[in-house]
Design a binder for this molecule. Sequence first.
Ligand code: PGA
Length: 292
Amino acid sequence: MLDTFNEQIMCFPPDHSFSFSFGRWLDTTLGVELIIRPDRQSASQLVARIVANELRINPRLVLGLATGGTMESVYALLVKEHRESKLDFSQCQTFNLDEYVGLAASDKNSYHQFMYEHLFSHVNIDLRNTHLPSGLSPDLEGECQRYEGMILEAGGIDLQLLGIGKAGHIGFNEPLSALRSRTRVKALAPTTIKQNAPLFDDPAKMPRRAITMGVGTILEARRCLLLATGAAKADIIAQAVEGPITSMVTASALQLHPRCTVIVDEDASRKLKEKEYYRWIFENEPEWESYR
Ligand code: PGA
């Protein structure tokens, strides 16, 4: 062991400090951790508790937000935490994953509205600190660059919330999205259109394109937290977590992330091969003690 240690020190180029090489040697990278909770409510509760804890530890948290039906219960729980336990959003900044191209912020189907309705209007967040890409910008490419610049200026995302689409997307990173992609305009896949069109009064009016953070942008968040519930997500969760890393299922790129927690309910866990191992981790690892 000592020899390996000495070798590590010796082979670092001279401009690397000892503490840096020592830090590399004691690698604390966790990779993906998968947590199974009995039902949708307890899975959402765990996600909300993690967000609330991180926000209490760092009130200036840069929080990446997601939309979609799965996130509604998480936001409801955060609103409850704000009302009942004074969870303070006043200093935090938020960046949403995506927005439809062609929808005004005031459109009832826009993600601007979703966030306002489910979270922003119910907590003490400063709306100037909430960010979503503008789907109406006359210069969409410039808008994507501006969005990336704002994330950079904020110091990067500390905690990124994620849902997963039925075809495995994170954000709107549809199949074949480059795993190093940045914020850009993406054409929506038929599975996504089928999944989201019923939310529009006239499903035919659902936009076919969106601005989305890239897979590379998401992978730069310091921590990722993905929530999936329900039997309809069981197949894709197994592919994303236990399958090969592939641009066909962009959530699988999270296997490259240093700290990604995937929280599922029993229904969404059905197709996982290593369920017993995941259960053991939640029941025994000290990291999860305060959440059990
Ligand atoms: P859902 O969407 O929560 O409505 O299933 C998740 C997603 O498509 O990312």
